[in-house]
Design a protein. Sequence first.
Length: 259
Amino acid sequence: MLQLIKEGNQALENLRLSGDFPPSWQSMEELESTTDHFISRFLDERYHIAHKIGGGSFLTELLDRALRTADTECMDDGTLPESEKLELVQALDRQNHTMQLYPRYVALLLSLLEKVQRQEGRKFTVLELASGSGGLALALAKEAQKRELPITITGSDIVPKFIDEGNRLAAEKQLPLNFQLLNAFDLPEFPEGSFDLMVMSQSLHHFTPGQLAIIIAQSAKHTKTAFVGIDGYRSILLTGGVPLMACLQGIPSFALDGL
Ligand SMILES: C[S@@+](CC[C@H](N)C(=O)[O-])C[C@H]1O[C@@H](n2cnc3c(N)ncnc32)[C@H](O)[C@@H]1O
């Protein structure tokens, strides 16, 4: 989804003024359907606003409608062998290294954790959801080890092969890190407040709005400090840039990631 900030803010304000937003919910099923319903109302509202403004605003809205896709990404294709999925997340990991993304994400996470440690002086715990190749969890563990910060990091994903590979790398590099097989929107009953931070990086767009709402609601139960979601800013640059990087790496199936 392209961002259209001004039109989006106005659409949100209109939904607030209608008195129906934010809605209440009683169960995770209701949260999921209510969120999907509101996002669809939000997009309709934004369309009308962009239409009224006209010009570049409406053109961008039309472009977004043409490009936006809820198609399943190759990585989530249930029929793709896990070894091929691993190649895809490893290519993404190379891309993240090339673009120097991990140091930026690690700095952000450590700034939050160091605040906790200064205030409470205890060991802290991080759960990363949908961690793919495990590149971020590995980078975070390496930096924390370098700074001698007391930390336990758990990476997780729904693909068993990623978990085996992550645990192999963590053991090889002797890092304070383990990987567990977890479905991000159906987490087990961890004891309340098990984690200081729950993190999801570059995976938010793999979930429907309703699924994301469930993930964030669950994190409130399990997390003491914050849920941190990191993803690409959906712009014309990203729409063109991701497919370009994908083709340069010889993996055109990445192209959907920019849309
Ligand atoms: C684009 S990759 C991002 C991986 C990693 N965070 C990164 O930045 O390289 C999306 C990841 O989401 C995972 N995923 C998709 N659905 C999931 C679910 N229901 N629970 C956990 N992980 C899931 C995929 O297996 C994949 O590893």
